[in-house]
Design a protein around this ligand. Structure first.
Ligand SMILES: *Cc1c(COP(=O)(O)O)cnc(C)c1O
Length: 499
């Protein structure tokens, strides 16, 4: 049992890291967690001057315990040191005024999902070898915009894996659509669905439960898998940059080794911030985790009163990647807070499923690790004001998601007076949401500017560069033109795989 992964709901035990990565989710609906996490520690002092890749190696070695050291190194080099990221190191830390921004958006699609989705394909192909899977994998993804492109970019041209991305034809931005339609790689397939995101996502769920299709695929030598954010292969890569950014502050003499710091995380599915929590369990000195939400402030309420209640209105905001009412990865925190009590977690999740809400037992609500989290939220007005003020005061551009975090940090500081050094996780390039960033700073967008011209205008007016992956996007050729209705989504897979 030791060194194995287990389901948060108790239904699966004895799962190797490789199996966990291929399976994605446990049979009982639970999430895989490392049963051995409390036995792990990382001697951070010895990594003060380390490259990102060396820290990544140290972290992965602890969690991916059926991978060889050579396999781990190869995955890291392919993902982070083969020209996919714009800098020498995949992430950067910028000091701005009284805070630090950990910029996680210098990858191929200009958003933080790249940190995990550039390496997941390599972890998957390695895991396939380790557990002798003889079939090729077909990754299915439904996207409301960002994840689709990051997954396409990550899996493109990777051996033995195909990727099919469905998006709601009229439900993504012009730029997001263009990013996907121009995707290269024979193993990629991008399909516009005549419906909204829910139709698209339901269609994918149906495909994954379609036994006759699964059978047909099997006979042709394929199995389905997914790349969503509950896969441990997406969670683990996110642990690394918490350590790395801490060491960056030590190197710059901003803090001394051992000093606790705060992290502010713009949160949706709770994956990013949970990775920080895992880093803390491994010994990273953290004072508070500040969990920042937009108007969908279900987590703010949860950390205020211990009640998670999704019976509420849903808002579409300018930080769409955080428009979420079910933060799946929170289940892993509940599991840890309860001391690994799978029955208790299963009960809470069944409450959530049946009543749309659950309340944390008093003993857990009092625990030190739960109290370490602070929840805060920023509405649309506060988010835009934060973007504008940050630019006027410091000439620094924040995207809408990062701005939610920065605004929540302002409120946190005012409320608590806490002056602990604080890192804000910056999750997207301002150009990825250039339209909203432009409006926040300069007001209404002139009518003659299309979505691409807005980026040019933002660049000129702020004297900052459009990142390469978003530059000249409108001159790139579309390579995909498949469309379908929610009813015939599965036919497209067969056409694509020629079966
Ligand atoms: C996905 C995403 C988030 C939310 O991250 P979680 O891990 O789901 O909490 C925040 N910002 C951006 C830009 C994202 O793409």
């Amino acid at each position: 049992m030791k060194e194995k992964y287990i389901s948060t709901r108790g239904g699966e035990k004895n799962i190797s890291a490789s199996q966990g990565i291929i399976k994605g989710i446990a049979k009982d609906g639970g999430l895989f967690v490392p049963s051995f996490i409390h036995d792990l520690s990382l001697d951070i002092a010895s990594f003060k001057d380390a490259r990102y890749g060396d820290l990544a190696f140290a972290v992965f070695e602890k969690f991916l315990n059926d991978f060889t050291p050579d396999q781990i190194r190869a995955c890291i080099d392919s993902a982070y040191y083969s020209g996919k990221f714009s800098g020498d190191e995949p992430v950067a830390v910028s000091k701005v005024d009284d805070r630090y921004f950990l910029e996680l958006y210098h990858g191929p699609t200009c958003a933080f999902k790249d940190m995990a989705l550039t390496i997941l394909p390599y972890l998957m192909t390695t895991a396939m070898k380790n557990i002798d899977i003889d079939k090729d994998i077909v990754i299915l993804t439904a996207t409301s915009g960002d994840t689709g492109k990051a997954a396409l970019e990550g899996f493109a041209k990777v051996d033995r894996i195909n990727i099919v991305v469905y998006y709601p034809k009229d439900g993504v931005s012009t730029i997001q659509e263009k990013q996907m339609l121009t995707q290269e790689g024979e193993n990629t397939c991008v399909i516009g669905v005549a419906g909204n995101f829910d139709d698209t996502q339901n269609g994918v769920k149906q495909i994954l439960n379609d036994n006759s299709l699964i059978q047909t695929l099997n006979e042709a030598g394929y199995v389905f898998s997914s790349a969503n954010s509950i896969n441990i292969g997406r969670l683990l890569p996110q642990v690394v940059y918490y350590f790395y950014s801490y060491c960056a502050l030590v190197r710059e003499n901003e803090i001394s080794m051992g000093d606790p710091i705060n992290f502010v995380v713009p949160t949706g599915n709770f994956g990013n911030i949970l990775a920080g929590y895992y880093a803390n369990l491994l010994g990273l000195p953290v004072h508070r985790f500040i969990c920042a939400s937009n108007s969908n402030k279900i987590l703010t309420d949860f950390f205020a009163n211990g009640a998670y209640d999704r019976n509420r209105d849903f808002y579409k905001t300018i930080s769409p990647s955080m428009d979420i009412l079910i933060s799946s990865n929170l289940e892993r925190l509940l599991y840890d807070l309860s001391g690994g009590d799978a029955d208790a977690v299963a009960q809470l999740m069944s409450d959530l499923n049946e009543k749309g809400r659950y309340t944390l037992p008093e003993s857990l609500a009092q625990s030190e690790n739960y109290q370490k989290f602070y929840g805060g939220c920023a509405d649309e007005t506060a988010t835009k004001a934060a973007i504008r003020q940050m630019f006027l005061d410091n000439h620094y551009l924040m995207d809408t998601h990062t701005a939610v975090a920065s605004s929540v940090y302002d409120a946190y500081k005012a409320e608590t007076g806490d002056t602990t050094p604080t890192i804000i996780l910056s999750t997207a390039s301002p150009y990825k949401f250039g339209h909203n960033v432009y409006e926040s700073i300069f007001g209404e967008i002139p009518e003659n500017l299309d979505d691409y011209a807005v980026l040019e205008a933002l660049s000129e007016k702020t004297d900052t560069e459009i990142p390469l992956p978003l530059k000249n996007l409108n001159q790139k050729k579309n390579l995909h033109d498949v469309q379908c209705t929610p009813e015939n989504m599965s036919d497209c897979i067969k056409t694509f795989l020629k079966i």
